[in-house]
Design a protein around this ligand. Structure first.
Ligand SMILES: [Zn+2]
Length: 121
């Protein structure tokens, strides 16, 4: 019987980085990245967040290198994702809403407050 030396090391797999992913957006606020991922998902676009837990590295790395990043898994959907993102960031996606928790203004496309994570009501 043949065994592969790395068969039990699947958790260290880096195959996801071999896909033709494209970086769509990066922001220091993780909630914004979560929201954008949700919005893309609603449009059938698969995306992935990287650097999610990297903020502990501030001090060793340039601050922007530790920001969470949003990657589009299928590069064929990148253009579509870009235009959705564009609509959100330019406020063209509908009426904005104020968070009842922290009074911050949120984009219509966001389901969670970018500042405190509270759900839209
Ligand atoms: Zn809030």
């Amino acid at each position: 019987m043949r065994t592969t030396p790395f068969a039990n090391r699947a958790e260290y797999s880096v195959t996801v980085f071999c896909k033709p992913m494209k970086k769509l957006y990066t922001h220091e606020n993780r909630m914004i990245i979560y929201n954008l991922k949700n919005v893309l998902q609603d449009s059938g676009i698969e995306s992935q967040i990287t650097n999610e837990y990297a903020s502990g590295g501030i001090g060793d790395l340039a601050a922007f290198e530790t920001w969470p990043e949003l990657w589009v898994l299928n590069s064929n959907q990148f253009k579509q994702a870009e235009s959705i993102l564009d609509g959100i960031l330019c406020g063209r996606s509908g009426p904005e809403w104020y968070c009842r928790g922290c009074q911050e203004l949120n984009d219509a496309a966001f389901e969670l407050c970018w500042n405190c994570g509270r759900e839209v009501e």
